[in-house]
Ligand binder design. Sequence first.
Ligand code: URA
Length: 446
Amino acid sequence: MNMNEIIIKKRNGGKLTEEEIRYFVAEYTEGNIPDYQASALLMAIYFSKMDEEETFVLTDAMRTSGDVVDLSAISGIKVDKHSTGGVGDKVTLVVGPLAAACGVPIAKMSGRGLGFTGGTVDKLESIPGFKTTLEPEEFHKQVEDIGIALIGQSGHIAPADKKLYALRDVTGTVENLSLISSSIMSKKLAAGSDAIILDVKCGKGAFMESQDRAEELAGMMCKIGNAAGKRTVAVITDMNQPLGRTVGNSLEVFEAYDTLKGQGPSDITELSLHIAGIMIYLGGKAETPEEGAKKAREAMDSGAGLAKFRELISAQGGKLDMFDYHDATNSIPVADLQEEIVADRDGYVSLIDAQLIGLCSQHTGAGRKVKEDSIDPFAGVLLFKKVGDKVEKGEKLATFYSSDKDKLASAIEEAGGRDSGAEGKAFVISQEKPEIPALIKTTIGL
Ligand code: URA
């Protein structure tokens, strides 16, 4: 097999054979193909595209490049959930306990934050004592005992994707349908669950800005999942403003906790009940997704979901003191330093730039700029206004929290200063009341 010929074939618009794709993935993972040749092939794929058959093979080659988790010893239909990456997206922390409380086993591996988007593992690690690594036997036993375990993804899942994703990130080759769908699905298929629900974001804070592109991506991922024998459903959801009112690790955990109490913001509550409903249906515990959503609502109203979340925290070594204090006082732990963003005019909030708010949160210390950065668990952004809300000049729009004054200053600078409202700043304020985009656009694969 000759790598140069494979690159030329794809550059000229040809279709790669299964053998060629598997050769490339295996040899690149082993370190036998240099980055410059892999980059050239990725760019050729970016421009010449891959068809469905090539995309399926690429996914499978990456799926089998490392460990393929076997969860068959755990009884029941295991359902996994994945978000393509959002700002303020703490939905996993809500739907996991709700679905588990309704009898669906959740054996989930989650990722860390990437760029301006957060990651469930970083959020969970903001709970003092919470362990995000468990030995496989402990992981299985916990799911059997309490119905849910949430851990970090092991380094041995789809190592080919890990290498290729890092290369794509620095070679302008991320935004290709086949490359994104194979990257996500190789990891999901290797993680061992029986069914998968994908939350595909669209809008300013997402990979896919337009709904059409998000639907195309979702359609391809559902085809890959179903062809591999895993029932796969995708929900297309809006990411034109952050989800909920918090961005940052501990802030988001507390918002998820309040949502499980039935006291969360309306967007997080709506999306969580929709996704949990589909999970409960896919897990065989409801006849329809609507019945699943009804069961999820009951688990929220009865406190069963909250009790499951507390059980999960305790089982993985997390301390509940902070939550007990929160229950008693309604206060949340935050970093010591804070700055406010205020409205520079009267009007209506017409945009909250999700990507910019994600970057601001990263600057406060809630996210990493480089892989080695440590996280400030109590840093982040608390929003007081959402799109469509009326504001008066001087009114508080958000508070930024950090433990480091330079980081706080750089977050405020990233937002465009303390006064917000003009185009290009974190908050845009208009004279007319804007249309509020629908949060749940469509569901594919049901
Ligand atoms: N997330 C992934 O895991 N891979 C991509 O290519 C894009 C988003």
